[in-house]
Design a binder for this molecule. Structure first.
Ligand SMILES: [Zn+2]
Length: 285
């Protein structure tokens, strides 16, 4: 990344180091992410878009909304990030819980990227699982503070996927694309308000063969791109509630870490670590 770029790319390294340092996970529990296969990308994305990224032939106008300096390195990174989530879904189906220490690229649409999202990892994984593993219903729970407009634009009309998004109503993206269930919350939402709403929401969510969980921590008050006023304890309770809910249903979980843009970034890292810690407690991983 160019120096001074506003996307905190180093957060992924910091998270891995923090998890190992805290001994929440062992090095043996970390697996390198494989690259996404082109055939998998093409279930969720148009060929023009995928090939344009691959060969660097997208126009400036097409690349600008992504907000990242596109080029061969970022293309490779995007393949690995997306492939990592696909791998996490396979692991989750085997062992019950798996997390990608990146991803949750829910603003990527079928023929365009935006908001730091190149490929839509949840859509790529969901469509692959439905086709190859014959999953009957996949639940997407998107608790990033930003609405998952890309998830909804690609999957929002499917009957074998159910998308629930709890997000800031005055946050980016300003043109929301309807999910199966949208729960917009006002600026300044606190832990209590959020957790009460989440409890009510989980009660009415359907069950499925697999939960894809976008656990964005940009709900924190310290986040530069979020509008909520949540604390670390609140985020941890959010994740605990989600994992207790899936555990009670026997539904496996594949998680992506989602957004986190706190200043300093260590606040986001602390919250991501808390999420993995909550999973570890509840699933005994
Ligand atoms: Zn976000």
């Amino acid at each position: 990344m160019p120096q001074g770029h506003r996307f905190p790319m180093h957060k992924y390294r910091l998270l891995r180091e923090a998890l190992l340092h805290s001994q929440l996970i062992s090095p043996l529990q970390l697996h390198p992410a494989p690259k996404a296969q082109e055939t998998d990308l093409l279930r969720a994305h148009d060929e023009h878009y995928v090939m344009g990224l691959k060969h660097g032939t997208l126009t400036e106008k097409e690349v600008r909304p992504i907000g990242l300096p596109m080029g061969p390195e970022l293309f490779q990174r995007s393949l690995v990030s997306c492939g990592g989530f696909v791998a996490a879904t396979h692991a989750a189906l085997e062992v019950g819980y798996s997390a990608l220490l990146a991803g949750g690229t829910h603003h990527a649409h079928r023929n365009s990227g935006e908001g730091f999202c190149v490929f839509n990892d949840f859509a790529v994984a969901a469509l692959k699982l439905i086709e190859e593993r014959h999953l009957r219903r996949i639940i997407i729970l998107d608790l990033d503070v930003h609405q998952g407009n890309g998830n909804s634009s690609i999957l929002g009309e499917r009957e074998d996927v159910f998308i629930c998004s709890v997000h800031g109503e005055r946050n980016y993206p300003f043109r929301k694309v309807p999910s199966h269930l949208d729960v917009p919350l006002p600026e300044g939402t606190t832990d209590d308000e959020y957790l009460t709403t989440l409890e009510r929401t989980l009660k009415i969510l359907p069950s499925g063969d697999l939960l894809l969980y976008q656990a964005g921590v940009d709900v924190l008050k310290a986040d530069k791109l979020g509008t909520f006023h949540m604390t670390h304890a609140g985020v941890r309770e959010r994740d605990r509630m989600v994992f207790e809910w899936t555990k009670s249903l026997g539904m496996p979980v594949a998680q992506a870490i989602g957004g986190g843009y706190s200043d300093p970034i260590e606040e986001s890292i602390k919250a991501y670590v808390g999420t993995i810690g909550a999973a570890r407690e509840i699933f005994s991983i």
